[in-house]
Design a binder for this molecule. Structure first.
Ligand SMILES: [Zn+2]
Length: 241
Protein backbone atom coordinates (compact mmCIF):
# COMPACT_ATOMS: atom_id res chain seq x y z
CA UNK A 1 0.00 0.00 0.00
CA UNK A 2 1.74 3.12 -1.22
CA UNK A 3 -0.57 5.57 0.48
CA UNK A 4 -1.02 7.56 -2.72
CA UNK A 5 -4.59 8.62 -3.23
CA UNK A 6 -5.72 8.57 -6.83
CA UNK A 7 -9.32 9.66 -6.37
CA UNK A 8 -11.21 10.83 -3.29
CA UNK A 9 -14.95 11.27 -3.00
CA UNK A 10 -17.76 11.21 -0.46
CA UNK A 11 -20.65 8.75 -0.39
CA UNK A 12 -23.33 8.36 2.33
CA UNK A 13 -21.21 10.70 4.45
CA UNK A 14 -18.10 8.51 4.18
CA UNK A 15 -14.74 9.62 2.87
CA UNK A 16 -13.78 7.17 0.10
CA UNK A 17 -10.22 6.98 -1.15
CA UNK A 18 -8.99 5.06 -4.15
CA UNK A 19 -5.33 4.22 -3.72
CA UNK A 20 -3.16 4.20 -6.86
CA UNK A 21 -2.31 0.55 -6.13
CA UNK A 22 -5.93 -0.23 -6.97
CA UNK A 23 -5.12 0.45 -10.66
CA UNK A 24 -2.95 -2.65 -10.66
CA UNK A 25 -5.74 -4.92 -9.41
CA UNK A 26 -8.24 -3.28 -11.80
CA UNK A 27 -5.88 -3.97 -14.72
CA UNK A 28 -5.22 -7.55 -13.53
CA UNK A 29 -8.94 -8.31 -13.15
CA UNK A 30 -9.80 -6.76 -16.54
CA UNK A 31 -6.98 -8.70 -18.18
CA UNK A 32 -7.83 -12.07 -16.62
CA UNK A 33 -11.54 -11.62 -17.39
CA UNK A 34 -10.83 -10.54 -20.99
CA UNK A 35 -8.32 -13.29 -21.75
CA UNK A 36 -9.64 -16.23 -19.68
CA UNK A 37 -13.07 -15.94 -18.08
CA UNK A 38 -15.14 -14.38 -20.88
CA UNK A 39 -13.46 -16.26 -23.78
CA UNK A 40 -14.38 -19.51 -21.99
CA UNK A 41 -18.00 -18.58 -21.15
CA UNK A 42 -18.65 -16.58 -24.36
CA UNK A 43 -16.42 -18.25 -26.98
CA UNK A 44 -18.33 -16.86 -29.99
CA UNK A 45 -17.64 -13.21 -29.16
CA UNK A 46 -14.82 -10.94 -30.39
CA UNK A 47 -11.76 -10.07 -28.28
CA UNK A 48 -12.99 -6.45 -28.15
CA UNK A 49 -16.27 -7.63 -26.62
CA UNK A 50 -14.28 -9.71 -24.10
CA UNK A 51 -12.23 -6.66 -23.11
CA UNK A 52 -15.31 -4.43 -22.75
CA UNK A 53 -16.98 -7.09 -20.59
CA UNK A 54 -13.73 -7.48 -18.62
CA UNK A 55 -13.70 -3.75 -17.86
CA UNK A 56 -17.40 -3.91 -16.88
CA UNK A 57 -16.67 -6.87 -14.61
CA UNK A 58 -13.79 -4.97 -12.97
CA UNK A 59 -16.12 -1.98 -12.36
CA UNK A 60 -18.68 -4.31 -10.79
CA UNK A 61 -15.94 -5.85 -8.64
CA UNK A 62 -14.93 -2.35 -7.48
CA UNK A 63 -18.53 -1.46 -6.58
CA UNK A 64 -18.91 -4.81 -4.77
CA UNK A 65 -15.84 -4.17 -2.58
CA UNK A 66 -17.00 -0.62 -1.92
CA UNK A 67 -20.45 -1.84 -0.79
CA UNK A 68 -18.81 -4.53 1.39
CA UNK A 69 -16.81 -1.81 3.19
CA UNK A 70 -19.94 0.37 3.37
CA UNK A 71 -21.62 -2.51 5.20
CA UNK A 72 -18.94 -2.45 7.92
CA UNK A 73 -19.05 1.36 8.04
CA UNK A 74 -22.82 1.78 8.30
CA UNK A 75 -23.07 -0.71 11.19
CA UNK A 76 -20.06 0.86 12.96
CA UNK A 77 -21.57 4.32 12.59
CA UNK A 78 -24.83 2.94 14.00
CA UNK A 79 -22.88 2.09 17.18
CA UNK A 80 -21.49 5.61 17.32
CA UNK A 81 -18.03 4.61 16.06
CA UNK A 82 -16.65 7.34 13.79
CA UNK A 83 -15.36 6.23 10.38
CA UNK A 84 -12.08 7.85 9.38
CA UNK A 85 -12.52 6.71 5.83
CA UNK A 86 -12.80 3.82 3.41
CA UNK A 87 -9.73 3.00 1.32
CA UNK A 88 -9.67 0.69 -1.66
CA UNK A 89 -6.21 -0.61 -2.42
CA UNK A 90 -4.39 -3.53 -4.01
CA UNK A 91 -5.66 -6.23 -1.60
CA UNK A 92 -9.25 -4.99 -1.39
CA UNK A 93 -10.76 -2.47 0.95
CA UNK A 94 -10.36 -1.19 4.48
CA UNK A 95 -12.92 0.73 6.52
CA UNK A 96 -10.89 2.62 9.09
CA UNK A 97 -12.72 2.90 12.41
CA UNK A 98 -12.05 5.90 14.66
CA UNK A 99 -11.79 3.54 17.65
CA UNK A 100 -12.25 -0.17 18.38
CA UNK A 101 -15.76 -1.50 19.00
CA UNK A 102 -16.65 -1.24 22.69
CA UNK A 103 -18.25 -4.66 23.20
CA UNK A 104 -17.86 -8.16 21.69
CA UNK A 105 -21.34 -7.80 20.19
CA UNK A 106 -20.38 -4.54 18.43
CA UNK A 107 -17.22 -6.13 17.05
CA UNK A 108 -19.20 -9.16 15.87
CA UNK A 109 -21.87 -7.09 14.13
CA UNK A 110 -19.42 -4.67 12.46
CA UNK A 111 -17.27 -7.57 11.19
CA UNK A 112 -20.21 -9.67 9.99
CA UNK A 113 -21.81 -6.78 8.09
CA UNK A 114 -19.25 -6.88 5.24
CA UNK A 115 -19.58 -10.58 4.31
CA UNK A 116 -23.34 -10.24 4.80
CA UNK A 117 -23.44 -7.47 2.17
CA UNK A 118 -21.29 -9.61 -0.17
CA UNK A 119 -23.70 -12.55 0.21
CA UNK A 120 -26.68 -10.29 -0.52
CA UNK A 121 -24.90 -8.85 -3.58
CA UNK A 122 -24.11 -12.39 -4.75
CA UNK A 123 -27.81 -13.31 -4.54
CA UNK A 124 -28.82 -10.07 -6.25
CA UNK A 125 -26.39 -10.60 -9.18
CA UNK A 126 -27.47 -14.23 -9.45
CA UNK A 127 -31.11 -13.14 -9.74
CA UNK A 128 -30.36 -10.32 -12.19
CA UNK A 129 -28.19 -12.57 -14.37
CA UNK A 130 -30.86 -15.26 -14.45
CA UNK A 131 -33.58 -12.74 -15.30
CA UNK A 132 -31.59 -11.12 -18.10
CA UNK A 133 -30.68 -14.51 -19.54
CA UNK A 134 -34.16 -16.03 -19.41
CA UNK A 135 -35.70 -12.86 -20.89
CA UNK A 136 -33.08 -13.00 -23.69
CA UNK A 137 -32.16 -9.36 -23.03
CA UNK A 138 -28.38 -9.74 -23.31
CA UNK A 139 -26.29 -12.88 -22.98
CA UNK A 140 -23.00 -10.93 -22.45
CA UNK A 141 -24.56 -8.78 -19.71
CA UNK A 142 -25.91 -11.93 -18.05
CA UNK A 143 -22.34 -13.32 -18.14
CA UNK A 144 -21.03 -10.19 -16.35
CA UNK A 145 -23.69 -10.60 -13.65
CA UNK A 146 -22.80 -14.27 -13.34
CA UNK A 147 -19.15 -13.34 -12.77
CA UNK A 148 -20.22 -10.78 -10.13
CA UNK A 149 -22.37 -13.43 -8.44
CA UNK A 150 -19.37 -15.80 -8.24
CA UNK A 151 -16.90 -13.13 -7.08
CA UNK A 152 -19.21 -11.83 -4.33
CA UNK A 153 -19.80 -15.32 -2.94
CA UNK A 154 -16.01 -15.93 -3.02
CA UNK A 155 -15.45 -12.58 -1.26
CA UNK A 156 -18.00 -13.45 1.43
CA UNK A 157 -16.52 -16.92 2.04
CA UNK A 158 -12.85 -15.83 1.93
CA UNK A 159 -13.53 -12.99 4.35
CA UNK A 160 -15.28 -15.37 6.75
CA UNK A 161 -12.14 -17.50 7.21
CA UNK A 162 -11.39 -17.07 10.93
CA UNK A 163 -7.97 -15.56 10.28
CA UNK A 164 -7.34 -12.13 11.72
CA UNK A 165 -7.32 -9.46 10.22
CA UNK A 166 -9.98 -10.91 7.87
CA UNK A 167 -13.60 -10.31 8.92
CA UNK A 168 -13.90 -13.93 10.07
CA UNK A 169 -10.88 -13.33 12.33
CA UNK A 170 -12.64 -10.30 13.83
CA UNK A 171 -15.75 -12.40 14.41
CA UNK A 172 -13.48 -15.02 16.02
CA UNK A 173 -11.90 -12.33 18.21
CA UNK A 174 -15.37 -11.12 19.27
CA UNK A 175 -16.28 -14.67 20.35
CA UNK A 176 -12.96 -15.07 22.23
CA UNK A 177 -13.36 -11.62 23.77
CA UNK A 178 -16.79 -12.64 25.07
CA UNK A 179 -15.36 -15.94 26.39
CA UNK A 180 -12.11 -14.61 27.93
CA UNK A 181 -13.51 -11.25 28.92
CA UNK A 182 -10.03 -10.00 27.95
CA UNK A 183 -9.62 -7.99 24.75
CA UNK A 184 -5.82 -8.28 24.68
CA UNK A 185 -5.82 -12.05 25.08
CA UNK A 186 -8.57 -12.44 22.46
CA UNK A 187 -6.57 -10.28 20.04
CA UNK A 188 -3.37 -12.30 20.59
CA UNK A 189 -5.20 -15.59 19.96
CA UNK A 190 -6.99 -14.27 16.88
CA UNK A 191 -3.73 -12.81 15.53
CA UNK A 192 -1.91 -16.13 16.09
CA UNK A 193 -4.62 -17.96 14.17
CA UNK A 194 -4.33 -15.34 11.43
CA UNK A 195 -0.56 -15.86 11.18
CA UNK A 196 -1.05 -19.63 11.08
CA UNK A 197 -3.54 -19.23 8.21
CA UNK A 198 -1.10 -16.90 6.43
CA UNK A 199 1.62 -19.59 6.56
CA UNK A 200 -0.86 -22.06 5.07
CA UNK A 201 -1.72 -19.60 2.30
CA UNK A 202 2.00 -19.03 1.61
CA UNK A 203 2.51 -22.78 1.26
CA UNK A 204 -0.52 -22.97 -1.01
CA UNK A 205 0.86 -20.10 -3.14
CA UNK A 206 4.26 -21.79 -3.37
CA UNK A 207 2.57 -25.05 -4.44
CA UNK A 208 0.55 -23.14 -7.07
CA UNK A 209 3.73 -21.55 -8.45
CA UNK A 210 5.34 -25.01 -8.49
CA UNK A 211 2.39 -26.24 -10.59
CA UNK A 212 3.01 -23.40 -13.06
CA UNK A 213 0.10 -21.16 -11.98
CA UNK A 214 2.40 -18.19 -11.54
CA UNK A 215 -0.09 -15.34 -11.23
CA UNK A 216 -2.54 -16.98 -8.83
CA UNK A 217 0.36 -18.46 -6.87
CA UNK A 218 2.14 -15.12 -6.52
CA UNK A 219 -1.17 -13.52 -5.63
CA UNK A 220 -1.85 -16.00 -2.80
CA UNK A 221 1.71 -15.45 -1.63
CA UNK A 222 1.43 -11.64 -1.54
CA UNK A 223 -1.96 -11.73 0.21
CA UNK A 224 -0.47 -14.16 2.76
CA UNK A 225 2.45 -11.80 3.47
CA UNK A 226 0.07 -8.87 3.83
CA UNK A 227 -2.19 -10.81 6.24
CA UNK A 228 0.78 -12.12 8.20
CA UNK A 229 2.27 -8.65 8.69
CA UNK A 230 -1.09 -7.15 9.66
CA UNK A 231 -1.76 -9.92 12.22
CA UNK A 232 1.76 -9.62 13.62
CA UNK A 233 1.63 -5.84 14.03
CA UNK A 234 -1.77 -5.98 15.74
CA UNK A 235 -0.60 -8.73 18.11
CA UNK A 236 2.40 -6.53 19.01
CA UNK A 237 -0.06 -3.91 20.31
CA UNK A 238 -1.28 -6.35 22.95
CA UNK A 239 1.81 -7.97 24.47
CA UNK A 240 1.35 -10.62 27.16
CA UNK A 241 1.58 -9.09 30.61
ZN1 LIG B 1 -14.78 -6.93 5.30
Amino acid sequence: MGGNTLIEFRMLGFDIKLDTSWLFIAALITWSLATRWFPSVLPGYSPIAHWVLGALGACGFFISILLHEMGHSVVARGYGIPIKGITLFIFGGIAELGHNPKTPKQEFMVAAAGPFVSFLLGLLFFGLGGMIQSAHISIPLAAVFHYLFVINIILAIFNLVPAFPLDGGRIFRAVLWKGFNDYGKATRWAAKTGMFFAYGLMAWGAWDIFLGHYISGMWSFFIAIFLHNAAKSIAAHYPKK
